[in-house]
Structures are given as C-alpha cells and as structure tokens.
Design a protein. Structure first.
Length: 272
C-alpha cells in the first residue's frame, strides 16, 4: 500500500509538473514586435557619439561597405578620402560646388558624379559618370543629419579634426538588435531593399550600375543558376563583370524562404 501511494503521488506530481511546465515553462511563440524607431536627441549628443553614429550608418544601413571594401577593388578605400578632398576640388575634372573637405565628402554621397575618381567611373563613360548611387534617395535614403554623421566619421577615420556641426534636429535610428532573430521579409521587394541589391543592380525600381541589369534576368537564367548566383557569386561570373564584387555572404544572411522568394521573383522577370 505504501508503495502504491508513493507511486500514485509520484505520478500525480509528475503529471502536475508537466502540466505546469507546458503552461508556464515553455515559451509561447509570439511574433516579434515591430522594431521601435528611437529618436536620438542630437542636441544632447557629443561629437564622439556623432562619429559613432556615422560609423554605424557606414557599416550598416548606409551600405557603404558593400562597395568600399578591400575585396572587390571597384570602389576606392575611404581612409584617405578626407585627406585627398582638397586635391579633388582643385582637379580640373571637378564639377561640384564644395570648398572644403566636409563639403566634398557630403557631396560625394549625394552627387557622386561631381568628381569621379580616375579608373572608377561607370564603364564606357571615361570617368565622367560614377556607378555610386545617390545615397540620399532610393532604398538607402539617408537623411541630412545621417549624411553629416558619416562625414564626421570619415574625417575622424582619416585622423582629421571633425569640422561638421552636429545638427540640432533629431535623427531617428532603429535600435540595435538584441540578438533576437529578425522576422523574415514578407515580399521580394522588401528583401531587395533591405539587402541593398539595387545599389548594384537595376531591379525593383532601383538603378544600380555595378552589376548586371536584372530586369529581364528570368529570360536568361534558370532558377538553379539564380540560386547559385546569389549563394556563390564567384562560381560563375556574368559576362563583362568583375568577380569579388557581389557580397558572398547572402547565404548566411538570408532565410531559406527569402532565398526561394527571391529566386522565384527573379525567375519571373522576363523584361518588357
Ligand atoms: C554601389 C557601390 C557603392 C556604394 C554602395 C557606395 N559607394 Fe562610394 N563610391 C563608389 C565608387 C565606384 C566610387 C568611385 C567613383 C566616384 O568617384 O564616384 C565611390 C566614391 C566615393 C567617395 C569619393 C572618394 C574619393 O577618393 O574621392 C566617397 C567619399 C564615397 N564614395 C563615400 C561613400 C559612402 C559614405 C557610402 C555609403 C553611404 C558609399 N560611398 C556607398 C561606389 C559605392
Ligand atoms: C556590391 C554590388 C552588388 C550587390 C550589393 C549585389 N550584387 Fe548581384 N552582382 C554584382 C555583380 C558585379 C555581378 C556580376 C558578377 C557575378 O556574376 O558575380 C552580380 C551578379 C548577380 C546575378 C547574376 C546575373 C547574371 O547575369 O547572371 C544575380 C542573379 C544577382 N547578382 C542577384 C543579386 C541579388 C538578389 C542581390 C541582393 C540580395 C545582389 N545581387 C546584390 C554585384 C552586386
């Protein structure tokens, strides 16, 4: 009888434990809340914080490091950008309106063709047209204070005193992701915008020039080729283009559903 009671009470305890565990212990699956946009109060920001904001934009949402990297060699490295600004402005090929380094760096982002670094122009234009998109428009769409923050970062990177003023209007910044996996993007257009494919490709209303025009890619490539072109860009180089330019880590950044969504979308682009 003792044993029987022990067994019964043990069973009841076990059942009770699992019931409680399944109710309270297992985390409920809830969709991640939409990221809240934080307002940064620039008036209260120190210059160091402003430079750090510029660094985050440079490496993140600004997409600058997609092209300005050691790897591809199709865009100049920017450690010296502040140092060479005076030389650029004095060059007879200079078409812009800047009269100091901060002005030159600002202009480089919003009117890239004002000065095209020799050897880096859009092919066939004799270095008169830059393949760099205007960073204030399109899917990146940096605001004026954000562009100024990047200028501050580039001046600091070059070892110069920062001469841009911290703007007084507030700037909005999405908060750092706290290790939470992001929810997958719902549409191909959203994924293309977030992964900045349009910085280099003509695609989904963007006018990128460094990579092939993708508006009729589905007429030229089968789904398997498209999948490989995204996962291993250097496996097969599109004719007339350079290797090592398209980022090769999209396989790590994209969810499988997003990859398939992009492949389906691209396969459906058959041109006008
Ligand atoms: C799609 C590729 C691409 C992206 C993205 C891009 N750039 Fe560029 N950038 C270039 C190329 C190519 C050049 C050289 C041609 C020229 O002078 O415009 C250039 C030139 C520049 C220059 C002039 C450098 C010099 O030596 O005079 C600056 C400054 C610059 N980029 C800053 C940026 C910043 C900051 C960002 C991000 C907000 C950015 N770029 C994003 C391709 C890119
Ligand atoms: C920094 C510039 C850059 C970015 C960003 C970029 N690409 Fe590319 N892409 C290229 C270049 C250059 C090529 C041609 C060389 C090659 O085939 O790798 C290319 C090739 C391709 C091709 C093969 C085209 C053909 O004619 O066979 C596809 C498909 C493609 N990219 C899709 C994408 C998608 C989707 C994204 C965003 C998730 C993206 N690319 C982002 C530069 C870029």
């Amino acid at each position: 009888m003792r044993t029987f009671l022990a067994v019964v009470s043990f069973s009841l305890l076990t059942v009770g434990f699992f019931a409680a565990y399944s109710n309270y212990g297992i985390p409920q699956i809830e969709p991640a809340p939409p990221p809240e946009v934080e307002e940064l109060d620039l008036a209260a920001m120190s210059m160091d914080e402003f430079v750090a904001l510029g660094a985050r934009l440079y490496q993140g949402r600004g997409t600058c490091t997609l092209c300005h990297t050691e790897l591809g060699g199709r865009a100049p490295l920017l450690e010296e950008a502040a140092a060479v600004a005076a030389e650029r402005i004095a060059d007879e090929r200079y078409q812009g309106e800047a009269d100091d380094a901060a002005g030159y760096l600002y202009e480089s982002m919003v009117a890239p063709s004002a000065y095209v670094v020799a050897g880096f122009g859009k092919s066939g234009t004799g270095d008169t047209v830059s393949p760099m998109p205007n960073m204030a428009t399109g899917s990146v769409g940096l605001s004026e204070p954000e562009i100024r923050a990047i200028v501050a970062f580039l001046q600091d990177l070059g070892g110069f005193e920062v001469t841009v003023e911290i703007p007084t209007e507030a700037v909005e910044e999405a908060p750092e992701e706290a290790g939470e996996p992001r929810p997958p993007f719902a549409t191909p257009e959203e994924a293309i915008a977030e992964f900045a494919c349009g910085a280099c490709h003509k695609l989904a209303g963007e006018e990128g020039e460094l990579g092939p025009d993708l508006t009729s890619i589905g007429a030229r490539r089968a789904k398997d080729d498209l999948r490989r072109a995204i996962l291993q860009p250097n496996a097969d180089i599109a004719e007339g283009f350079e290797p090592d330019l398209m980022p090769d880590d999209y396989g790590e950044q994209l969810y499988a559903v997003e990859l398939e969504m992009l492949v389906d979308y691209l396969a459906g682009l058959k041109g006008p």
